[in-house]
Design a protein around this ligand. Structure first.
Ligand code: PHE
Length: 346
């Protein structure tokens, strides 16, 4: 019994001091393992005289249960401190900002072009594409602008070197999207409802309002009994849908050789709602596009009979529209490649 007390004291002390799970495991083996001290005592019971055996057996089993409980309690405490230690080693700050992933974005001009295409598609217009390198014929002659006509000076042209074709003339970078009026009439005939968005080029000194490369949207509608009233309705509807609010439009006379009568269309200033401000130069109106009833010569160039059909055409600059919409004051930002500008429109 004395030995048993000593054994108990020693075991409890050692367990108490154990600092790690492996050292605790070692102690468990030392006392309770197959060759452990307590196990040995239990095995030796059979050598005791019968009258002492029962009592000693009870005492040993009580001690065994007590040790087992102490071991498992200690094991749990050690496991917990272990976990906490690991946790502080692997500390992860969930509030730390993540690494930003760089993503590309659609350029604001392309975004706007898509919006324009969607609205005109909804109104039954098809979206047509044409070449950026164009012939003098389609860019000028077909549009009623002969070689010696002063109207050629309206658009400073980039010419491409090479021998001129007998019929098509020289090659040019198209100065407007209008050549596609004739191209589309040739290809699709009448009736016709189309827009042509695209890049155009002018040999121009650049400043805040002029760029050598910019974008236009051409529009054309050919059918029977078409008047300028249809154009007014379509443009008012288009601009109102684009800006998401009621927009007014008005016509002023304007000259373009390929329309007769020719006109310019303004829309009511979105900034001041027509009251007059800096953007609309106190007029309440913003100049928007050239338009007019398609000239007979142009209809004929496209193979359309002017006695049966009439129509109108318009052309506007995409950059000016975007500048007006977002308050951008320099056209050179669009192709300047400055990410601070581009990324505003992600
Ligand atoms: N092509 C003309 C320009 O670039 C715009 C326009 C298109 C005018 C269609 C009338 C009709 O200035």
């Amino acid at each position: 019994m004395e030995n048993l007390d000593k054994l108990k004291k020693e075991a409890l002390q050692l367990i108490e001091k154990a600092k790690s799970l492996p050292s605790l495991k070692e102690l468990e083996v030392k006392f309770l393992g197959r060759k452990g001290q307590l196990t040995t005592l239990l095995r030796d019971l059979k050598n005791l005289p019968e009258n002492k055996r029962k009592r000693a057996g009870q005492d040993l089993n009580i001690l065994k249960t007590e040790l087992e409980n102490t071991f498992s309690k200690k094991e749990k405490t050690l496991e917990k401190t272990d976990m906490e230690a690991n946790l502080s080693k692997e500390f992860f700050d969930t509030t730390y900002p993540g690494a930003e992933r760089q993503t590309g974005a659609i350029h604001i001009l392309s975004q706007t072009q898509k919006e324009v295409e969607d609205i005109f598609s909804q109104m039954g217009f098809m979206i047509v594409d044409g070449p950026e390198i164009e012939s003098e014929y389609y860019n000028f002659e077909g549009l009623n602008i002969p070689a010696d006509h002063p109207a050629r000076d309206m658009q400073d042209t980039f010419f491409i070197e090479g021998k001129p074709d007998r019929k098509q003339g020289r090659l040019v970078l198209r100065t407007h999207t209008s050549p596609n009026q004739v191209r589309a009439m040739e290809k699709y005939g009448a009736p016709l409802r189309m827009i042509v968005p695209g890049r155009v080029f002018r040999n121009e000194a650049t400043d805040a309002r002029h760029e050598h490369t910019f974008h236009q949207v051409e529009g054309m509608l050919i059918d029977k009994e078409i008047s300028i009233a249809t154009l007014k309705g379509i443009m008012k509807e288009f601009l109102s849908r684009l800006f998401g609010k009621e927009v007014e439009v008005r016509f002023r006379p304007g000259y373009f050789p390929f329309v007769e009568p020719g006109m310019e269309l303004d829309f009511s200033c979105l900034l001041c709602n027509g009251k007059g401000c800096r953007v609309c130069k106190k007029t309440g109106w913003v100049e928007f596009m050239g338009a007019g009833m398609t000239h007979e010569h142009v209809l004929r160039a496209g193979g359309v009979d002017p006695k049966k059909y009439q129509g109108w055409a318009f052309g506007f600059g995409l950059e000016r529209l975007v500048m007006m919409r977002y308050g951008i004051n320099d056209i050179r930002y669009f192709q300047g490649g400055d990410l601070r500008f581009i990324n505003q429109f992600k």
